[in-house]
Design a protein around this ligand. Structure first.
Ligand code: NDP
Length: 248
């Protein structure tokens, strides 16, 4: 099924992990995809992999989403390259975990600037073009940690809770132009980000997941594709937890 034929999507953090899977899945269903990540090598490799399967579907852009000016320039470049944008997926994210006692100001700023300000920056860059697009969608990748908090992740939890508030406000502001804005809140998904966690922590988390397994990147991509589809036209301002039942 080519649900996204004729559509253009921007996926931040599309170089690997969840974003890489979202970018590939969108291309598999006919979308053209602008793959954005920090490093040239990461977005370049992701776009190359997509183009190997779906020739001409992807283009890579190495930009730091926390850099407001750079993201506004990126917006102009992507709109010039593709002629428009229908779907914006704010997925770029980082962690700098540590208990508050030890958390440095830089750990706070980096996480907030990437995970929260990054989404503000891209929405500013693409909102005008989205307001004129067919089936316009914004999907923000939050986290269950933004809903329930976590010791050692005060910065990350604040960024993701902020992203959820941002999602609902954007949904309200852009609703008049039929732009929907929703968040997906992943639970524990196997990627480089969670690969850094000690085995003991992984086991503890597993014990809290009713479906008794970690999620896969494809589980998040499936939810994002649904929210990006025509079928989801009447859903806005929502947070969809994809977490094996962890936060029900
Ligand atoms: P990864 O660490 O595997 O990948 C993160 C991606 O984001 C990379 O492509 C990276 O670029 C990009 N990125 C990071 N910082 C920036 C920046 N400043 N500018 C541009 N791109 C940037 O993460 P995941 O795939 O695990 O996570 C993706 C999203 O899902 C994040 O928002 C995360 O918070 C969220 N999430 C993940 C969960 C999980 O269990 N994995 C659970 C809940 C939420 P590069 O490749 O160049 O380094």
């Amino acid at each position: 099924m080519q649900r996204f034929a004729g559509k253009t999507a921007v996926v931040t953090g599309g170089g690997r992990g969840i974003g890489g899977s979202i970018a590939m899945a969108l291309a598999a269903e006919g979308a053209k995809v602008a793959v954005v990540s920090r490093s040239e090598s990461s977005c370049g490799a992701s776009a190359e992999a997509i183009n190997a399967d779906y020739p001409g579907a992807a283009k890579a852009y190495a930009v730091d989403v926390s850099d407001h000016e750079a993201v506004q320039e990126l917006g102009k470049q992507i709109i010039a390259d593709f002629g428009g944008v229908n779907i914006l997926v704010n997925n770029a994210g980082v962690t700098r975990d540590g208990l508050l006692m030890r958390m440095k100001e830089e750990d706070w700023t980096t996480v907030l600037d990437t995970n929260l300000k990054g989404a503000f920056n891209t929405v500013k860059a693409f909102m005008r073009v989205l307001m004129k697009a067919e089936d316009p969608r914004i999907i923000n990748i939050a986290s269950v940690i933004g809903l329930i908090g976590n010791a050692g992740q005060a910065n990350y939890a604040a960024s993701k809770a902020g992203l959820i508030g941002f999602t609902k406000s954007v949904a309200r502001e852009l609703s008049g132009r039929q732009v929907t804005c929703n968040a997906v809140a992943p639970g524990f998904i196997t990627t480089d980000m969670t690969g850094e966690l000690p085995e003991k922590v992984r086991e503890e988390v597993l014990g809290k997941i009713p479906l008794s397994s970690f999620g896969e990147v494809g589980d998040i991509a499936s939810a994002v594709l649904f929210l990006a589809s025509k079928e989801a036209r009447y859903i806005t301002g929502q947070v969809l937890a994809v977490d094996g039942g962890m936060t029900m």
